[in-house]
Design a protein around this ligand. Structure first.
Ligand code: NAP
Length: 305
Protein backbone atom coordinates (compact mmCIF):
# COMPACT_ATOMS: atom_id res chain seq x y z
CA UNK A 1 0.00 0.00 0.00
CA UNK A 2 1.35 3.48 -0.83
CA UNK A 3 2.09 5.82 2.07
CA UNK A 4 -0.97 8.01 1.48
CA UNK A 5 -3.82 6.47 -0.41
CA UNK A 6 -6.67 8.63 -1.70
CA UNK A 7 -10.00 6.87 -2.02
CA UNK A 8 -12.99 8.41 -3.80
CA UNK A 9 -16.25 6.90 -2.61
CA UNK A 10 -18.88 7.87 -5.17
CA UNK A 11 -22.22 7.87 -3.35
CA UNK A 12 -23.04 7.69 0.33
CA UNK A 13 -26.38 5.87 0.40
CA UNK A 14 -26.99 2.39 1.74
CA UNK A 15 -23.67 0.94 0.59
CA UNK A 16 -21.44 3.99 0.85
CA UNK A 17 -22.41 4.56 4.48
CA UNK A 18 -21.92 0.87 5.27
CA UNK A 19 -18.45 1.00 3.67
CA UNK A 20 -17.24 4.16 5.43
CA UNK A 21 -16.40 2.69 8.88
CA UNK A 22 -14.31 -0.06 7.27
CA UNK A 23 -12.49 2.10 4.72
CA UNK A 24 -11.86 4.94 7.15
CA UNK A 25 -9.91 2.71 9.56
CA UNK A 26 -7.41 1.66 6.89
CA UNK A 27 -3.99 3.13 7.70
CA UNK A 28 -2.62 6.08 5.69
CA UNK A 29 -5.84 6.57 3.81
CA UNK A 30 -7.98 9.60 3.13
CA UNK A 31 -11.53 9.26 1.88
CA UNK A 32 -13.43 11.72 -0.24
CA UNK A 33 -17.15 11.17 -0.67
CA UNK A 34 -18.55 12.38 -3.99
CA UNK A 35 -22.28 13.08 -4.19
CA UNK A 36 -24.45 15.49 -6.12
CA UNK A 37 -25.44 17.59 -3.11
CA UNK A 38 -22.54 17.60 -0.67
CA UNK A 39 -24.39 19.65 1.97
CA UNK A 40 -26.80 16.73 2.61
CA UNK A 41 -23.89 14.64 3.91
CA UNK A 42 -22.02 17.02 6.23
CA UNK A 43 -22.62 14.69 9.18
CA UNK A 44 -20.24 12.17 7.57
CA UNK A 45 -17.23 14.50 7.60
CA UNK A 46 -14.48 13.24 9.91
CA UNK A 47 -10.71 13.50 10.42
CA UNK A 48 -9.92 11.55 7.25
CA UNK A 49 -13.28 11.90 5.47
CA UNK A 50 -14.23 14.90 3.36
CA UNK A 51 -16.96 15.55 0.80
CA UNK A 52 -17.12 17.04 -2.67
CA UNK A 53 -19.96 17.68 -5.08
CA UNK A 54 -19.76 15.66 -8.28
CA UNK A 55 -22.52 14.68 -10.67
CA UNK A 56 -21.58 11.52 -12.56
CA UNK A 57 -24.03 12.46 -15.31
CA UNK A 58 -22.04 15.66 -15.97
CA UNK A 59 -19.61 16.16 -18.87
CA UNK A 60 -17.15 13.27 -19.08
CA UNK A 61 -14.19 15.66 -19.30
CA UNK A 62 -15.08 17.14 -15.88
CA UNK A 63 -15.82 13.77 -14.27
CA UNK A 64 -12.62 12.15 -15.57
CA UNK A 65 -10.51 15.13 -14.43
CA UNK A 66 -11.97 14.80 -10.94
CA UNK A 67 -11.54 11.00 -10.79
CA UNK A 68 -7.90 11.33 -11.86
CA UNK A 69 -7.12 12.89 -8.47
CA UNK A 70 -7.69 9.59 -6.68
CA UNK A 71 -5.81 6.30 -6.35
CA UNK A 72 -8.98 4.27 -5.80
CA UNK A 73 -12.53 4.90 -7.04
CA UNK A 74 -15.36 2.93 -5.40
CA UNK A 75 -18.79 3.26 -6.93
CA UNK A 76 -21.76 3.24 -4.55
CA UNK A 77 -23.91 5.45 -6.70
CA UNK A 78 -26.90 3.14 -6.78
CA UNK A 79 -28.61 1.06 -9.36
CA UNK A 80 -31.67 3.08 -10.17
CA UNK A 81 -30.02 5.36 -12.71
CA UNK A 82 -30.71 5.92 -16.39
CA UNK A 83 -29.42 3.40 -18.95
CA UNK A 84 -25.81 4.11 -19.87
CA UNK A 85 -24.81 5.48 -16.45
CA UNK A 86 -22.61 2.56 -15.38
CA UNK A 87 -20.93 2.48 -18.81
CA UNK A 88 -20.28 6.22 -18.71
CA UNK A 89 -18.59 5.93 -15.31
CA UNK A 90 -16.39 3.06 -16.52
CA UNK A 91 -15.41 5.12 -19.59
CA UNK A 92 -14.68 8.18 -17.44
CA UNK A 93 -12.48 6.04 -15.19
CA UNK A 94 -10.56 4.79 -18.25
CA UNK A 95 -9.99 8.40 -19.27
CA UNK A 96 -8.88 9.26 -15.71
CA UNK A 97 -6.38 6.39 -15.88
CA UNK A 98 -4.89 7.80 -19.09
CA UNK A 99 -4.56 11.23 -17.48
CA UNK A 100 -2.79 9.71 -14.47
CA UNK A 101 -0.40 7.85 -16.76
CA UNK A 102 0.52 11.09 -18.53
CA UNK A 103 1.10 12.71 -15.15
CA UNK A 104 3.37 9.84 -14.06
CA UNK A 105 0.97 8.65 -11.35
CA UNK A 106 -0.05 5.13 -10.33
CA UNK A 107 -3.03 3.46 -12.08
CA UNK A 108 -6.57 4.16 -10.87
CA UNK A 109 -7.99 1.16 -9.01
CA UNK A 110 -11.71 0.97 -9.86
CA UNK A 111 -14.47 -0.87 -8.00
CA UNK A 112 -17.56 -0.50 -10.22
CA UNK A 113 -21.14 -0.86 -8.94
CA UNK A 114 -21.22 -4.62 -9.44
CA UNK A 115 -22.15 -5.48 -5.87
CA UNK A 116 -24.63 -8.06 -7.08
CA UNK A 117 -24.91 -11.24 -9.10
CA UNK A 118 -22.70 -12.84 -11.72
CA UNK A 119 -23.65 -10.70 -14.69
CA UNK A 120 -21.45 -12.76 -17.05
CA UNK A 121 -23.87 -15.62 -16.45
CA UNK A 122 -27.17 -13.76 -16.08
CA UNK A 123 -26.51 -11.55 -19.11
CA UNK A 124 -29.57 -9.40 -19.61
CA UNK A 125 -31.83 -12.17 -18.29
CA UNK A 126 -33.20 -13.03 -21.71
CA UNK A 127 -34.02 -9.39 -22.38
CA UNK A 128 -35.80 -8.85 -19.06
CA UNK A 129 -33.01 -6.86 -17.39
CA UNK A 130 -31.17 -4.54 -19.82
CA UNK A 131 -29.22 -3.11 -16.86
CA UNK A 132 -27.79 -6.55 -16.04
CA UNK A 133 -26.75 -6.82 -19.69
CA UNK A 134 -25.07 -3.42 -19.41
CA UNK A 135 -23.20 -4.65 -16.32
CA UNK A 136 -21.82 -7.54 -18.37
CA UNK A 137 -20.67 -5.07 -21.02
CA UNK A 138 -18.90 -3.00 -18.35
CA UNK A 139 -16.99 -6.16 -17.42
CA UNK A 140 -16.04 -6.67 -21.06
CA UNK A 141 -14.96 -3.04 -21.40
CA UNK A 142 -12.71 -3.31 -18.35
CA UNK A 143 -11.28 -6.66 -19.48
CA UNK A 144 -10.49 -5.17 -22.90
CA UNK A 145 -9.37 -1.62 -22.15
CA UNK A 146 -8.31 -1.23 -18.51
CA UNK A 147 -4.73 -2.35 -18.91
CA UNK A 148 -3.90 0.03 -21.79
CA UNK A 149 -5.75 2.83 -19.97
CA UNK A 150 -3.67 2.54 -16.77
CA UNK A 151 -6.63 1.21 -14.77
CA UNK A 152 -6.79 -1.70 -12.36
CA UNK A 153 -10.24 -3.01 -11.49
CA UNK A 154 -11.94 -5.29 -9.03
CA UNK A 155 -15.49 -6.55 -9.24
CA UNK A 156 -16.88 -7.82 -5.96
CA UNK A 157 -19.83 -10.14 -6.54
CA UNK A 158 -21.91 -10.18 -3.39
CA UNK A 159 -25.26 -11.68 -4.35
CA UNK A 160 -28.29 -9.78 -3.11
CA UNK A 161 -28.10 -7.75 0.04
CA UNK A 162 -29.17 -9.70 3.12
CA UNK A 163 -31.93 -7.20 3.94
CA UNK A 164 -33.35 -7.57 0.43
CA UNK A 165 -34.02 -11.30 0.91
CA UNK A 166 -36.36 -10.46 3.78
CA UNK A 167 -38.13 -7.47 2.22
CA UNK A 168 -41.89 -8.05 2.13
CA UNK A 169 -42.11 -6.76 -1.46
CA UNK A 170 -39.58 -9.35 -2.62
CA UNK A 171 -42.16 -11.97 -1.63
CA UNK A 172 -39.77 -14.70 -0.52
CA UNK A 173 -40.08 -14.38 3.27
CA UNK A 174 -43.50 -12.91 3.89
CA UNK A 175 -44.71 -12.13 7.40
CA UNK A 176 -48.42 -11.75 8.07
CA UNK A 177 -49.44 -11.48 11.72
CA UNK A 178 -48.12 -14.73 13.24
CA UNK A 179 -47.79 -16.61 10.00
CA UNK A 180 -44.74 -16.77 7.76
CA UNK A 181 -44.71 -17.92 4.15
CA UNK A 182 -41.43 -18.85 2.50
CA UNK A 183 -41.39 -19.11 -1.25
CA UNK A 184 -38.85 -20.80 -3.52
CA UNK A 185 -37.86 -19.31 -6.84
CA UNK A 186 -37.63 -22.12 -9.45
CA UNK A 187 -37.43 -25.00 -6.95
CA UNK A 188 -36.61 -25.82 -3.34
CA UNK A 189 -33.12 -26.91 -4.44
CA UNK A 190 -32.38 -23.63 -6.20
CA UNK A 191 -30.01 -21.38 -4.26
CA UNK A 192 -29.33 -17.74 -3.55
CA UNK A 193 -26.21 -15.92 -2.32
CA UNK A 194 -26.76 -13.06 0.11
CA UNK A 195 -24.38 -10.71 1.93
CA UNK A 196 -25.03 -8.05 4.53
CA UNK A 197 -23.92 -4.59 3.40
CA UNK A 198 -21.63 -4.13 6.43
CA UNK A 199 -19.86 -7.37 5.51
CA UNK A 200 -19.41 -6.14 1.94
CA UNK A 201 -17.63 -3.15 3.50
CA UNK A 202 -15.39 -5.47 5.54
CA UNK A 203 -14.50 -7.52 2.47
CA UNK A 204 -13.81 -4.37 0.43
CA UNK A 205 -11.45 -3.02 3.12
CA UNK A 206 -9.48 -6.29 3.19
CA UNK A 207 -9.13 -6.23 -0.60
CA UNK A 208 -7.98 -2.59 -0.54
CA UNK A 209 -5.52 -3.48 2.23
CA UNK A 210 -4.01 -6.10 -0.10
CA UNK A 211 -4.89 -9.06 2.12
CA UNK A 212 -6.14 -10.92 -0.92
CA UNK A 213 -5.21 -10.56 -4.60
CA UNK A 214 -8.07 -8.59 -6.10
CA UNK A 215 -6.69 -6.57 -9.00
CA UNK A 216 -8.00 -7.15 -12.52
CA UNK A 217 -10.40 -9.87 -11.50
CA UNK A 218 -13.83 -10.74 -10.22
CA UNK A 219 -13.89 -11.85 -6.61
CA UNK A 220 -16.76 -13.22 -4.60
CA UNK A 221 -18.24 -12.57 -1.19
CA UNK A 222 -21.08 -14.43 0.52
CA UNK A 223 -22.60 -14.01 3.92
CA UNK A 224 -24.42 -17.17 3.01
CA UNK A 225 -25.44 -19.32 0.11
CA UNK A 226 -28.62 -21.21 0.88
CA UNK A 227 -31.18 -23.31 -0.93
CA UNK A 228 -34.75 -22.15 -0.53
CA UNK A 229 -35.44 -25.39 1.37
CA UNK A 230 -32.68 -24.49 3.84
CA UNK A 231 -34.07 -20.96 4.12
CA UNK A 232 -37.52 -22.32 5.02
CA UNK A 233 -36.08 -24.87 7.47
CA UNK A 234 -33.99 -22.17 9.19
CA UNK A 235 -36.96 -19.86 9.59
CA UNK A 236 -39.13 -22.70 10.88
CA UNK A 237 -36.50 -23.58 13.46
CA UNK A 238 -36.08 -19.98 14.63
CA UNK A 239 -39.76 -19.13 14.87
CA UNK A 240 -40.67 -22.55 16.31
CA UNK A 241 -43.83 -22.33 14.28
CA UNK A 242 -45.22 -23.66 11.07
CA UNK A 243 -43.90 -22.04 7.93
CA UNK A 244 -46.08 -22.21 4.85
CA UNK A 245 -44.06 -23.19 1.81
CA UNK A 246 -44.89 -22.22 -1.72
CA UNK A 247 -42.84 -23.05 -4.80
CA UNK A 248 -42.84 -20.45 -7.56
CA UNK A 249 -41.76 -22.42 -10.62
CA UNK A 250 -40.38 -20.70 -13.71
CA UNK A 251 -43.71 -21.39 -15.49
CA UNK A 252 -45.60 -19.71 -12.63
CA UNK A 253 -43.23 -16.71 -12.61
CA UNK A 254 -43.66 -16.30 -16.38
CA UNK A 255 -47.46 -16.42 -16.05
CA UNK A 256 -47.30 -13.79 -13.32
CA UNK A 257 -45.12 -11.53 -15.46
CA UNK A 258 -47.50 -11.88 -18.40
CA UNK A 259 -50.21 -10.34 -16.22
CA UNK A 260 -47.99 -7.27 -15.50
CA UNK A 261 -45.29 -7.14 -18.17
CA UNK A 262 -43.76 -3.92 -16.81
CA UNK A 263 -43.49 -5.09 -13.20
CA UNK A 264 -39.78 -4.84 -12.35
CA UNK A 265 -39.99 -7.09 -9.29
CA UNK A 266 -41.65 -9.84 -11.32
CA UNK A 267 -38.85 -9.55 -13.88
CA UNK A 268 -36.26 -9.70 -11.09
CA UNK A 269 -37.86 -12.86 -9.67
CA UNK A 270 -37.60 -14.60 -13.03
CA UNK A 271 -33.94 -13.63 -13.37
CA UNK A 272 -33.27 -14.88 -9.84
CA UNK A 273 -34.92 -18.18 -10.76
CA UNK A 274 -32.10 -18.54 -13.31
CA UNK A 275 -28.35 -19.16 -13.07
CA UNK A 276 -25.54 -16.89 -11.87
CA UNK A 277 -27.22 -15.88 -8.62
CA UNK A 278 -25.28 -18.10 -6.23
CA UNK A 279 -21.79 -19.49 -5.66
CA UNK A 280 -20.19 -21.71 -3.08
CA UNK A 281 -18.99 -19.99 0.06
CA UNK A 282 -15.55 -21.61 -0.15
CA UNK A 283 -14.85 -19.50 -3.27
CA UNK A 284 -15.25 -16.26 -1.37
CA UNK A 285 -12.82 -13.70 0.00
CA UNK A 286 -14.52 -13.85 3.39
CA UNK A 287 -14.09 -17.64 3.55
CA UNK A 288 -10.45 -17.51 2.44
CA UNK A 289 -9.65 -14.84 5.04
CA UNK A 290 -11.70 -16.60 7.70
CA UNK A 291 -13.77 -13.46 8.29
CA UNK A 292 -16.82 -13.66 10.52
CA UNK A 293 -19.89 -12.60 8.51
CA UNK A 294 -23.62 -12.49 9.09
CA UNK A 295 -25.42 -15.63 7.95
CA UNK A 296 -29.05 -16.03 6.95
CA UNK A 297 -29.66 -17.69 10.30
CA UNK A 298 -28.09 -14.74 12.18
CA UNK A 299 -30.17 -12.25 10.25
CA UNK A 300 -33.42 -14.22 10.56
CA UNK A 301 -32.85 -14.67 14.30
CA UNK A 302 -32.46 -10.90 14.77
CA UNK A 303 -35.48 -10.13 12.62
CA UNK A 304 -37.92 -12.85 13.61
CA UNK A 305 -37.25 -14.16 17.12
N1 NAP B 1 -27.17 -6.62 -4.77
C1 NAP B 1 -28.36 -6.16 -4.43
O1 NAP B 1 -29.01 -6.64 -3.51
C2 NAP B 1 -28.93 -5.01 -5.18
C3 NAP B 1 -29.13 -5.10 -6.53
C4 NAP B 1 -29.72 -4.02 -7.18
C5 NAP B 1 -30.07 -2.89 -6.50
N2 NAP B 1 -29.87 -2.85 -5.16
C6 NAP B 1 -30.24 -1.61 -4.49
O2 NAP B 1 -29.07 -0.79 -4.43
C7 NAP B 1 -29.28 0.24 -3.46
C8 NAP B 1 -28.05 0.43 -2.59
O3 NAP B 1 -26.96 0.83 -3.39
P1 NAP B 1 -26.23 2.18 -3.18
O4 NAP B 1 -25.89 2.42 -1.75
O5 NAP B 1 -25.12 2.17 -4.19
O6 NAP B 1 -27.35 3.23 -3.66
P2 NAP B 1 -28.22 4.31 -2.89
O7 NAP B 1 -28.54 3.91 -1.50
O8 NAP B 1 -29.36 4.61 -3.82
O9 NAP B 1 -27.28 5.61 -2.83
C9 NAP B 1 -26.81 6.23 -3.99
C10 NAP B 1 -25.81 7.33 -3.62
O10 NAP B 1 -25.19 7.78 -4.82
C11 NAP B 1 -25.36 9.19 -4.96
N3 NAP B 1 -25.62 9.47 -6.37
C12 NAP B 1 -26.69 9.10 -7.10
N4 NAP B 1 -26.59 9.55 -8.34
C13 NAP B 1 -25.42 10.23 -8.42
C14 NAP B 1 -24.76 10.95 -9.46
N5 NAP B 1 -25.30 11.09 -10.68
N6 NAP B 1 -23.58 11.53 -9.17
C15 NAP B 1 -23.03 11.42 -7.95
N7 NAP B 1 -23.61 10.75 -6.93
C16 NAP B 1 -24.79 10.17 -7.16
C17 NAP B 1 -26.55 9.54 -4.08
O11 NAP B 1 -26.39 10.84 -3.54
P3 NAP B 1 -27.13 12.14 -4.07
O12 NAP B 1 -28.48 11.68 -4.58
O13 NAP B 1 -27.21 13.02 -2.87
O14 NAP B 1 -26.24 12.64 -5.13
C18 NAP B 1 -26.42 8.52 -2.94
O15 NAP B 1 -25.56 8.99 -1.93
C19 NAP B 1 -30.49 -0.21 -2.66
O16 NAP B 1 -31.61 0.54 -3.08
C20 NAP B 1 -30.64 -1.69 -3.06
O17 NAP B 1 -31.93 -2.18 -2.88
C21 NAP B 1 -29.29 -3.88 -4.52
Amino acid sequence: MSSSQRILLVGAGELGQAFLPHLSTLPNTTITIAVRTASKYNHLIDDNINIISLDLSGPSSDVAKCLANYDIVVSCSGFGQPAGTVTKLAEDVLEAGKQRKEAGKSPVWFFPWQWGVDYDITGDGGGLMPLFGEQREVRNLLRQEASQSHVKWTIVSTGIFMSFLFEQFWGIVVRQENQITVRALRSWNHKITVTDVKDIGKVLARIVAGDVEGKDRIVYAAGDTVSYAKLADTIEQITKGRVDREEWTVAHLKEELEKDPDDLIKKYRLVFAGDGVWWNKDLTVNYKLNMPVMTVEDYARELLS
